[in-house]
Every structure is written in C-alpha cells, then in structure tokens.
Design a protein around this ligand. Sequence first.
Ligand code: GCW
Length: 678
Amino acid sequence: GSGYDAWLGAPPASGDARRQALDRMAFLHAPEEAAPIRAALAELRAAAIALTGREPRPEPAPEGGRGIVLGTPAGCPEAAAAWDGLPDDPAGESYRLVERGGIVVVAGSGPAGVLYGAFHLRRLLRSGAPLGGLDVAERPANALRMINQWDNADGSVERGYAGRSIFYRDGEFVRDRTRIRDYARLLASAGINALAINNVNVHARETRFIGEEDLPSVAAVADILRGWGIRLYLSVNFAAPVEGGGLDTADPLDEEVRSWWREAADRVYRYVPDFGGFLVKADSEFRPGPFTYGRDHADGANMLADALAPHGGRVVWRCFVYDCRQDWRDRVTDRARAAYDHFMPLDGRFRDNVFLQVKNGPMDFQVREPVSPLIGAMPRTNLLVEFQIAQEYTGQQRHLCYLVPQWKEALDFDTQRKGEGSTVKRIASGELHGRPAGGLAAVSNIGDDANWTGHLLAQANLYGFGRLAWQPELSAEAIAREWAELTLGDRPQAADAVCGMLLRSWSIYESYTAPLGVGWMVKPHHHYGPDVDGYEYSMWGTYHFADRDGIGVDRSSASGTGYAAQYGEPVARLYESPETTPDELLLFFHHVPYTHRLRSGKTVIQHIYDSRFEGAERAQGLLEDWESLRGHVPEPAFSETLERFRHQAEHAREWRDVINTYFRRKSGMPDERGRTIY
Ligand code: GCW
C-alpha cells in the first residue's frame, strides 16, 4: 500500500485474469539471452505466479499445447514467423503480439521490442482480456523518449518534490542501486528509452562525471539501464575544459578545446559503449556557453557533436536561452521571444546528431502557455519537445494536476507551418520535415519518497509522459484510465473515481491560480503559493502589467513586442488580435481593460472572480471525492493522499482570496455576485 510498485503492482487475481493466466501461462519460453529479453521473461513469469500461484515451466509448450514465447526474428523461429511481412525496424523497439495455434508470441524487432511487448502483454493479462485471436503490432512514434533528472551529486534534486535523489548522496553515486533498477523498470514499462542522470545545471562536482574517477560509477548505472533498453546521457558543463580541465579557454572553435572534448567522448565510450550523449544547458541562467567566446549555439553544439559522432552519440542542446537580468523598466525586451530569436536563424547549421530541446511553451512550464513558436520554425534541425513532469509551477505534487491533457493540447496543436496538419507531434517525431529522428523529453518528478512522486496520483504524470512519447495519439483519458486501473486495479470504484479526478485536475488548478494565460504570480525562488507581484519588478522577464485599468502583456505586432508574429500564418494572425485569441491565452498576448468582454461573454474581471471561486470549490470537491474512497484504496496511500487533498483545498482558498483581493483592490470593481473579497 505504499505505492512503491506504482503501476507495476501485483496483478489482482480477478476471475477472468486468473482463468486466462492458468490457461495460457503454464509454459513460458524465451530462447535468447539479451538482457531486455531476460527482463521481459522475468516480468511475465512474476505475473504468472502472481495470477495463478504457479511457476510457469521455462520451456516451449508441447505440440498442440498452450504457452507464451518471446523473442526476436534473429533468434526465435516463432518470432520470425510472426514478424513476416512487417516493416524493418533498425531501432529494434517495435513489437507484435500474436496468438497462433494456442501460442502467444511476443515478437520484438529487437530485444527492447520484446520487453515493450511483454509489458503490453502484462497489461492485457492484468485486465483479463481474452488472448485468443490476439494480434497487435506497435511501433514507437518517437525515436527518443527521454527523461531528464535534475539530480545533483549532493543528493538534492532541483525542483524535486518527492524527496532526495535516488542516484547520489553526499557528493557520490549511491552504492545500493536497487532503486535505480526499480526506477529503470518503471520507465521501461512506460516506454522510455533515454535517461539523463544529472541536472542540466552542472556544478563543480558533476563537471567531473566525465572523468576517469567517476566513469566506473556512471558505467554501473548504464549497465542497469541497458537491461531495460534505456541509454544513459550526461549533462555536461560547457566550460569543463577551463573548470578543472586544465585549459584556459572553452572556445568551441579552438583546436585544443575540440580535442579536449574528443578525448572526453572517447573516455566516456570506453566505459559506456552505448552512451547516449551529452545534454547541454548553455548561455542560460548563468550557465557558461559559446557566447563568452563570441560564438553561437551552432558552433557550441557542433563541436560536441563532432566529438560524439564517431561513437554514434548525440548532443541534446537546450533552447531555454533568454536574458535573465532584464530590467523590469525595459518594455521592449520580451522573454517569450528569446528562444526563437536566438535559434531560428541557425536552422540548417546543426549537425545531424544534434537535437534542439525546446520547452513546450515560450516561457517556462506555466499552467497555460501557447506552444513555442520555435517548434516547426526550424525544418532543417532535429527537435525534442521538452515538458516538465515535475510540477514546479503546477502545485509541486502537493496539488493534483494531471498534465497529460496539457501535453496533448501542445502535441495536437497545429502550427500550420507546412499547411494544415503540421502538428507539434509530427514535428517532434521528425516526420513532418523528414528529419532522421526526434522525440520528447521531460523533467522527472521522482525522488526517494516511498511512492516515488510524493503525491501518489502524480505517478500518472510520469506514466503518462512515457505513454504519450511512445504514442501521442493516445488520449489523456485512455492514459488516465490505464494508469488508474493498473495502480488500483482490483478496486474498480477507485479506478473510476480517480480517473475522473485526474481529468478535471488541470482545469481546477488553472482556475484558482494566475488567470487567462498570464502566468507566474507565484512566490519568488521556490515558486509555491500566490504572490501576484512576486515577479513583477524582478529581472526574470515575467510580468503581468496589472494596473487600475487592465492587465496582460501586449505581444501583438501592431502595438506590442511582436512576439505574435513569430508564428507562421494563419496562427500569427489569430494571436494578433484580442478578438480572435482564445480566452485562455488572452492575457498572454494582450493587455486589455478589466471590462474587456471575453469570447465567453464574461468581462475579464468577472472571469477572474468567478473562476477563482469555482476553482477553490472544485478543489474542495477533489478532497470530498478522495474521502469517499476510504476503504477502497490501501493504507498508507489513502491517508497520505488525503492529507495532500486537504492541503490543496485549503491552499486553493488562499490562492482564490489573494488573487481576488488583489484585483478587487487594484481595479476597484466589485464582484457582481457580491461574494466575500477582502
Ligand atoms: O524554470 C527554471 C527552473 C530552474 C531550471 C530551469 C531550466 C534547471 O526554475 O530550476 O533549472 O528552468 O529549465 O533550466
């Protein structure tokens, strides 16, 4: 009941599932030895034992009998037959599950595919779905499905809300790697295939991770991940050649610097032959980068790409670059413009093994943002779209905020860059512009809390990210249901209720926090709780410009910062005018009077009041819904989660009152329904 097993908990012995397993799982066989295939076999064996209480026999079923066989076309005849006619998949990650003459074949195009197929079969077995006539084939939509840990060597986690790091403690790699293994298993079961194991803010200690002394520890982690089809990446410090590297420059065009990085890459690959590559935050929030030497991001990224290329490695280069020392009096600079202004002109200059990692929105993981205009604007560059599973600005895993619907909205957004249907998901995968590869990346939300994510229900975001990265066509609802059933499966009432709560939660969180896309209004530094002017007079470029008459940021071309014009037509035109901008983004794009009428028919001020009141009420509703599940969710998970919902309900009232009071005082306008505002 602690939540440690997350969505891979022991299957319920429901009648159907048990009968099915008894019927099918007496024989379980995999002729190949690759680690992911052994892992796949172990998963199904454990499922069989949990479902039937019996150990399956590790051999092929006898002639005419029933059983399960796992393998790849290269080493397993049943898999070869099952794969016949299916397209080649050099990545080895796709699979087919097919029932033939009583035998269920888990055929993977490679060992990782077998593992993904086994997890799929495990889901089917748990649900008790009949396997007769089974035939499903899946192939991941994205080549890269990546998680970024923001873990520091000292054991802290930047923006971590679920305890300390599971990778490091007191400046060293942990010795007991059980949790790393269990985490890798969770990630693999959700379809993740890449993991950057240290924070993009690389401090002095982590700068040495690519050195001789730490590489054995890095390799030990990589060995674990490899068994689950996951490649290890390291975040690197662009200034490493000077910060402890013995050189006096980190200029990317300097020959000595280039060979320094080549040697570093060669060294890493000696320890980790399938090393994924480097993740880099450069010239961003006080991190060093090529600007110091008068070079640009392409010079910087390509230098690292050239060092990694001989080994098949990649550079993931973040585009979160903006002026974080802005003067709030400067009304011309617009942080939202920064990523596009910096990177768009460089399209075509990046090597084929460089991936630009672009945050989903132009600012920073707010509850509501438009899609970054950089996405789709660089047809000759590989892309990873970055999301934040960690709920930095969305309740820090104390509030419930199921983010899959937000990510879906972003992925489904039609940039129209190449005509209708130019959706973010097709750009990310590389398909729209014919890129060799692409994908999604996200900041993890786990730590060493017993249930991984602090809030039990925040597990759904981790699971959901993986599932979406695998297949962005899945609906937010299907993913919520899948997670809830796997996690609370033998308690159908709980799974139903929780699914509904998840699906409402983003809109609830949005409706008691910053209104209509304007963002922020949080307490500085830790970003938790309401502070309407917390970032209004600061250097971070995050302003709402509320005065007695109105609120919002004019980002139009006609009278504002011109940000709206960074989109392609007809999207740019849509955002240019307050009349056509969707309500939920109005204040992101326009400064309007409080009396401005939304497309919903309400005035802005009345919308602010109404939605804050409704939001707080609906947060109270979440608490009541959870309370009604007493006895249907095991302890201690039930009580721990109840505490979080209590806090959320109370904190939502705090948000409501701070925001309403601020705007009531600022505008002098009463609530037309006369409710209490202080
Ligand atoms: O929003 C900011 C966070 C920083 C983070 C940064 C980033 C890792 O507050 O903590 O640093 O984003 O994405 O680089």
